[in-house]
Design a protein around this ligand. Structure first.
Ligand SMILES: Nc1nc2c(ncn2[C@@H]2O[C@H](COP(=O)(O)OP(=O)(O)OP(=O)(O)O)[C@@H](O)[C@H]2O)c(=O)[nH]1
Ligand SMILES: [Zn+2]
Length: 204
């Protein structure tokens, strides 16, 4: 798992970014490549809109998951069983074609004295979602971030997603879903804990 995660650029590695003007020019080039005339009225503001939307869609490069997960709570009346946050919707973009990945993440951990604020789990999904991704890397990165910061007895992450690069183009298979999982600690070594996670994720 470490190998996959380490291969990914962290926000600190991205200091030499192009200027907004250069990014807008790149959009104009792509518009011309697609067969458009970037100077026609309807497209005049498109490069600046695209660049602005890229800021939002790829805002995960400006955030560090470990910062978000730093705040934990210990006063939980001795609760030490599984915490599952399921059906967390996310949007990402595949690193091969830069088109959307649309899916849901299910995240669980077994506390070891400390728990996370529930919203922080969803925030971490967004941080990794708002970068260029493969589904495998995103799954591993979410698990690793929680494992490293919270040090729980185990983490389980499942992602189910549709890749628009498989639906809108290429092989054109609409509606197929890709499932990926990462298990650490007790979830990795204990099949019963894995099965319990699966049951809780699947229960409606
Ligand atoms: N493992 C993995 N593959 C992905 C993911 N997102 C997209 N892909 C695949 O990445 C592959 C890239 O294959 P290439 O042959 O280099 O690119 P391509 O010619 O555009 O391939 P096609 O999509 O088959 O047309 C494709 O098979 C995609 O389906 C992902 O998250 N994980
Ligand atoms: Zn793709």
């Amino acid at each position: 798992m470490d190998a996959i995660v380490k291969n990914f650029p962290l926000p600190g590695d991205l200091s030499e970014r192009p200027t907004q003007q250069e990014a807008e020019e790149a959009v104009r080039v792509l518009l011309r490549w697609a067969g458009e005339d970037p100077s026609r009225e309807g497209l005049t503001d498109t490069p600046s809109r695209v660049v602005k939307s890229y800021k939002e869609l790829f805002s995960g490069y400006d955030q560090v998951a470990e910062d978000v997960l730093g705040r934990t709570f210990e006063e939980v009346a001795g609760y030490d069983d599984m915490v599952v946050v399921k059906d967390i919707p996310f949007f990402s973009h595949c690193e091969h074609h830069m088109v959307p990945i649309i899916g849901k993440a299910h995240v669980a951990y077994l506390p070891d004295g400390r728990v996370l604020g529930l919203s922080k789990i969803a925030r971490v999904v967004d941080i990794y979602g708002r970068r260029l991704q493969t589904q495998e890397s995103m799954t591993a990165q979410i698990a690793k971030a929680i494992d490293d910061t919270l040090r729980p007895r185990g983490v389980a992450v499942m992602i189910e997603a549709e890749h628009m690069c498989m639906s809108m183009r290429g092989v054109q298979k609409q509606g197929s879903t890709t499932l990926t999982t990462t298990f650490t600690g007790a979830f990795k070594i204990d099949a019963a804990e894995q099965a319990r996670f699966m049951t809780m994720v699947r229960s409606r």
